[in-house]
Design a binder for this molecule. Structure first.
Ligand code: HEC
Length: 318
């Protein structure tokens, strides 16, 4: 035993316990360094850490919550003869089946049993077209037409009034083909459809684009001119400031938006002080002002009006 001194030196744990730095070598210096860097940066940032440094979320432009009108292309709907399309043909039913798959099956199920993938989430459940009875509007041609035209308020059944009337008739015939024994329309009821919806006249629906998109287009069109005005104001700010400019600086949140809204596109906002007050206070933030603008005094409004008016006439003379 005594003649193995080397081994003993290598595995002497007691010795290690007494002088632990032998185990770590000099790497402990690194740990000390890292810890002190972390510690120093912690202490230096103590104020912001204590203050809850995550800025609260502020909704700046609540106008984005307003529901906009949907995009729709202009199109003309061909006139149809109700008396003719009210009678099912194999072609209409086939066409209806196809349309049903794309427009209705998600709720009503591929075979119209009211078991589409979304059905589980809905109350009331989508109608099972294989069952007669207890239909809210009813299953006559004219009644289903009404359902598709207006939807069923308060349920997931939305209006499909954007589908051309002929496609709606195709859908109606497919739905009715799923079950025998549906009631039939009286002639007067079909004529009623004609009088209510003027289907023999056809229609031209004009296109529409969302207000927000329109605003963006107008903004893009006037952008160069708005930039000129903004530059002009920048120039004025470097000189002695008029009372109007001072008020403007105080209440303007988004200058370009203000210029776009008040000075361009035939806006009548700067026609008179009263007009300006009326237009700006109606929706200050949407027009690019701070909310505080509503608290301006009469003389401040006059000054602001004068300033904007001046901008407008200067722009005219550019
Ligand atoms: C988003 C889900 C949904 C879609 C898509 C949908 N429906 Fe419905 N539909 C319903 C629900 C839910 C009802 C049941 C309403 C009730 O019981 O008041 C219903 C009811 C109906 C009824 C019965 C109305 C009555 O008188 O009781 C008809 C007819 C109908 N849908 C046709 C269609 C057609 C045709 C389409 C496709 C163009 C369609 N639905 C697309 C959810 C949907």
């Amino acid at each position: 035993m005594d003649n193995k001194p080397d081994l003993k030196a290598e595995f002497d744990f007691r010795d290690l316990l007494r002088k632990p730095h032998k185990l770590f070598g000099y790497s402990y210096i690194f740990f000390v360094l890292i810890l002190s860097v972390l510690g120093i940066s912690y202490v230096q940032n103590l104020t912001s850490i204590g203050k809850n440094s995550v800025p609260p979320m502020v909704v700046i432009d609540s106008s984005s919550f307003v529901k906009d009108i949907p995009f729709q292309t202009a199109r003309s709907l061909p006139p149809i003869d109700v008396m003719k399309v009210a009678t099912p043909t194999p072609e209409l039913v086939d066409k209806g089946k196809e349309l049903f798959r794309t427009n209705c099956a998600s709720c009503h199920g591929d075979d119209g049993q009211g078991d589409g993938p979304t059905a589980v989430t809905l109350t009331p459940k989508p109608r099972n077209f294989h069952l007669l009875g207890e239909w809210k509007n009813g299953s006559k041609v004219s009644q289903i037409f009404k359902t598709l035209q207006e939807g069923i308020p308060g349920t997931a059944m939305a209006a499909f009034d954007y589908l051309p009337p002929l496609e709606r008739f195709a859908l109606i015939h497919f739905v009715r083909s799923l079950s025998a024994g549906h009631p039939t329309d009286l002639q007067a009821e079909l004529l009623g459809l004609e009088t209510t919806y003027q289907l023999s006249k056809g229609s031209n629906s004009s296109g529409q684009i969302p207000v927000k998109k329109a605003a963006r287009i107008i903004e893009a069109e006037t952008a160069p001119e708005v930039a000129t005005v903004a530059g002009m104001v920048g120039g004025l700010e470097r000189q002695a400031k008029s009372a109007g400019l001072q008020v403007f600086e105080q209440v303007a949140r988004d200058r370009k938006r203000i210029f776009t809204g008040l000075l361009f596109n035939g806006s009548s906002a700067v026609q008179s002080v009263d007009q300006l007050v009326k237009i700006v206070t109606a929706e200050p933030t949407q027009l690019g002002f701070r909310a505080g603008v509503v608290r301006l005094s009469a003389s401040e409004w006059t000054a602001l009006h004068q300033f904007l008016n001046e901008l407008k006439s200067r722009r005219g003379s550019l």
